[in-house]
Design a protein around this ligand. Structure first.
Ligand SMILES: [Zn+2]
Length: 121
């Protein structure tokens, strides 16, 4: 049996609690993430039929792209009335570029949305 604890002694330990300044986990300003981050692919996602790009076509226009903070960048490209998605994988050694099949605009926009939402990859 121990005696009753002395509960009247209150150590002054509050000085480390009430002063929580920002610890750097929030970035309300100066965020470089102005473009979307694709969500992780879902287990039932559609697999895009990627093929290695033969090289940059001179005459396509990038309509949208994902955030450049990630090692892989996706770009929605328009050329000749069709859309395709380019996937650029950046490693310290090299860049590898793949492209999706060229599809009509409504399908391309739908595929782009699906990619961003993790329904296609
Ligand atoms: Zn980012």
């Amino acid at each position: 049996m121990t005696g009753p604890q002395d509960s009247t002694s209150d150590p002054p330990s509050t000085e480390s609690e009430g002063d929580q300044v920002s610890n750097g986990r929030l970035f309300p300003v100066n965020t470089p993430h102005a473009f979307p981050h694709p969500k992780p692919p879902r287990h039932d996602h559609v697999k895009i039929d990627w093929s290695e790009s033969a090289g940059r076509s001179a005459s396509f226009r990038i309509r949208s792209h994902t955030c450049e903070c990630l090692p892989t960048i996706w770009e929605l490209c328009a050329a000749g009335g069709l859309l395709h998605i380019r996937r650029t994988e950046r490693t310290p050694q090299e860049e590898r570029v793949y492209e999706s099949p060229w599809i009509r605009t409504p399908e391309g926009i739908a595929l782009w949305a699906a990619l961003l939402e993790g329904r296609a990859r």
